[in-house]
Design a protein around this ligand. Structure first.
Ligand code: 9YT
Length: 140
């Protein structure tokens, strides 16, 4: 069994900081669960282009207000933003390219498949690098 507390993650290398967000990686690939589990804080007033072409992600909002908007290949929004507030879950089951906007600080619980190594930040295309071959999806 793995037991961790957020207070121990906060000052550790499991806390990863990008311009628009901080991600606290509670479970990562080396934990052998086949997925990674993060608490992510999206900074207020930011907009982030995200396109997880190599991963699936599910996101559950537990705090804050914001929105997501799907975008086309040119990065243009579809004009139909989906409000985010506590209790909303969205799952990027089609590697959906999107904009994530935080009106206030968002606290999101995020699950990635394949699991992240733990040190990733977004590339210029809004993606994380693909998992290595040895990132087996089979649980230990
Ligand atoms: C919602 C989202 O994908 N935000 C970017 C950070 C990501 N959740 C992560 O690495 O924890």
């Amino acid at each position: 069994m793995i037991v961790r507390h957020f207070e121990d993650i906060l000052p550790s290398s499991r806390a990863v900081h990008a311009d628009n967000w901080s991600s606290f990686r509670l479970l990562t690939r080396d934990d052998g669960m086949g997925f990674s589990l993060h608490e992510t804080w999206i900074h207020p007033g930011t907009q982030t282009h995200i396109w997880y072409k190599h991963h699936f992600e599910a996101v559950y909002c537990i705090e804050g207000e914001g929105e997501i908007e799907l975008v086309d290949g040119e990065g243009r929004g579809n004009g139909d933003p989906i409000p985010l507030k506590p209790g909303v879950m969205y799952a990027l089951d089609a590697h959906d390219r999107h904009l994530l906007r935080a009106h206030t600080r968002l606290r999101l619980i995020c699950v990635f498949n394949p699991a992240l190594r733990g040190d990733e930040t977004h590339g210029p295309d809004g993606a994380y690098a693909p998992a290595d071959n040895h990132d087996a999806e089979e649980p230990r």
